[in-house]
Design a protein around this ligand. Structure first.
Ligand SMILES: [Zn+2]
Length: 268
């Protein structure tokens, strides 16, 4: 099921494309847009690969489709490029495929970090009984799984967690749900709650991965955390098991996050 959050990203992204090709009708390039691509003269640089037959106009106008590994950058309305190039916004690490110099240029004022998550009031959370302000930006992010059944729509995602100590929760509906949020100390990773965010993926990921919607949502959340000044850009990423005796976040999810650029092999 396509989530509201995904729709928002897609809308933002599509809107940008429509502005860029203002002299053409929206429908003429719809096949390219549907592929998350951008119609342009193929003499221009394309950060992914060119595909023919998806764009209107001359044969040299082709569809530049972002590389699959760049989806997290694309989701923030950003663009993967060599970080020696000028960026009209700010560079964010960890969202692009390829070499470490290839980073995500996120436009300033990008709307992608507003409406980033479903707020506590939106999912009808009870008020917290006590709150401690978290010092930000934090240096660490811990990934958890809730080890509960997964959820693929908002109605079930709203009821699937067993511990609201997490900073945020992410469902396979692609939505992020606010837990303790950016501003409050959580109760997710013993000894590290004061210096880290804990993000829980709703479901049990010992023998399978969260779907692409959920993985992209986590990457986007972290990227926005950096943009918003809540997470240090040089942050270290860990799985819960790196900090204690637990199988969390499950073998499959743990293997996945170990491939992400900010995963740290150092003791947290
Ligand atoms: Zn955990």
């Amino acid at each position: 099921m396509v989530s509201l959050m995904q729709n928002r990203w897609t809308e933002n992204y599509t809107r940008e494309k429509v502005i860029k090709k203002s002299h053409l009708s929206r429908t003429a390039d719809s096949a390219c847009i549907a592929a998350s691509g951008n119609c342009q003269e193929d003499s221009l640089q394309c950060s992914g690969s060119y595909q023919s037959g998806l764009c209107s106009g001359s044969a040299t106008r082709r569809c530049c489709v972002p590389a699959a590994g760049d989806a997290a950058c694309t989701a923030t309305s950003g663009n993967c490029q060599e970080d020696s190039l000028q960026c009209s916004g700010s560079y964010v690490s960890g969202l692009c495929s390829g070499s470490a110099n290839r980073r995500c240029c996120v436009p300033s004022g990008s709307a992608s970090c507003s409406n980033l998550y479903i707020t506590r009031s939106e999912w009808n959370a009870r008020d917290a009984t006590s709150q401690t302000t978290l010092q930000t930006p934090v240096s660490k992010v811990f990934i958890h799984h809730t080890d509960t059944p997964t959820c693929t729509d908002m109605a079930s995602c709203k009821t699937r967690w067993n511990d609201i100590g997490y900073s945020f929760l992410v469902g396979e509906d692609g939505n992020v749900y606010e837990g303790r949020g950016w501003s409050n100390v959580g109760a997710h990773t013993q000894n590290f709650n004061n210096i880290a965010y804990g993000v829980a993926m709703i479901g049990s990921y010992g023998s399978r991965l969260p779907n692409a919607n959920a993985l992209t949502a986590v990457k986007n959340l972290i990227a926005c955390g950096i943009q918003l000044g809540k997470i240090q850009s040089s942050y270290q990423l860990y799985g819960h098991r790196d900090a204690g005796q637990t199988s969390c976040p499950g073998n499959q999810l743990y293997a996945e996050i170990q491939t992400w650029p900010n995963y740290s092999n150092a003791t947290p």
